[in-house]
Design a protein around this ligand. Sequence first.
Ligand code: SF4
Ligand code: SF4
Length: 265
Amino acid sequence: MSGVSRLQYTTEMRLVRVMCSGRVDPAFVFRAFLNGMDGVFVGGCLLNECKYVTHGNYHALNMVSLCKRLLEHIGVSPERLRIAFMSSSDGAFVAEVTNEFVKKVRELGPLGEGEGLDKEELYSRLKEVARLIPYIKMAKKEKLAVRLANPEEYGQFYTRDEIDALMREVPSYYIDPEKCQACMTCARRCPAEAIISAKNQIHVIDQEKCIKCGTCLEACPPRFAAVKKIVGEPVPPPIPEEKRTIVRKRKEEEISPSEEALVEG
Ligand code: SF4
Ligand code: SF4
C-alpha cells in the first residue's frame, strides 16, 4: 500500500518475500549478515490476525528474540535485527517503520565497523553461528515452540547467560576407531556430508563440516556404539588414513551374520 499511496519509503532495503514470517529461519538471518547486509528487518502480519492456525508470526517473533541474543553473543548489535507486524492496508506504518529501521542501521554504521570488529573476525563469528544453527534449533526446540500470551515478554525470553552457556556447551561428535565397524549408517544419515566414509574403512568425522546435529550418535547401531558425544574437552585427532582399513576375520572376530549383513550394507 505504501507505493499505491505514493508514500516515500526507503530504497535501501532488498525484499525477500516468503509465504509467512514464520518461514524465516535463523539461518536466513545469519546468511543475510554473512552476505554483507548491515541490518535485517522481518515484517509479519499483525499478531493474532494470522489466517493460519499456526500463528507463524509468533514463531517469527520467538526466532528473532533468539537471533538477537546470538548476535549479542558474538558482539554484533542486536538492533541490527528488527521485527514488526503490520497490516497490508497500513502503508503509512510500513513506510514509517522501515524508514526508521534504515535510519537506525545507518547510525550503527556498517556491520562490524560500528562494533569495532575487523572483517575477518566478524565473518568467522557469523559463520560459526550460521554453522551451528541446526544444533541451536535442536537445543532450543521446546522454547522455540512456545507462544507467549504477552508479546512484550519475548524480549527477555532468552537470556544472555543462557545463550553464552549454550554456545560454551556446543558438543562435538567423534567416532571411536576401536569400535567403528564401517557399516556406513552414520554417513548415509549425516545431513552435512561430514563423515568421511568408505567401504571397510573406519569412519571419521570432519569437524569443520560437522553441524553438531547428533544424527550420527542416534544412527550408530547400539551394538557398535562407536559415536561419542564430547562436551568441554578437545576431540581426539582423527586416525591416520593409512590405518583406517578394517581387516575382517570372521572366525576370530565376534561379528554375527546379521551384523555382517549390516556392515556389508
Ligand atoms: S553430528 Fe554427526 S550426523 Fe550431524 S553433522 Fe556432525 S557428523 Fe554429521
Ligand atoms: S554407524 Fe557407527 S559403526 Fe557404522 S560406520 Fe558409523 S560410526 Fe562406524
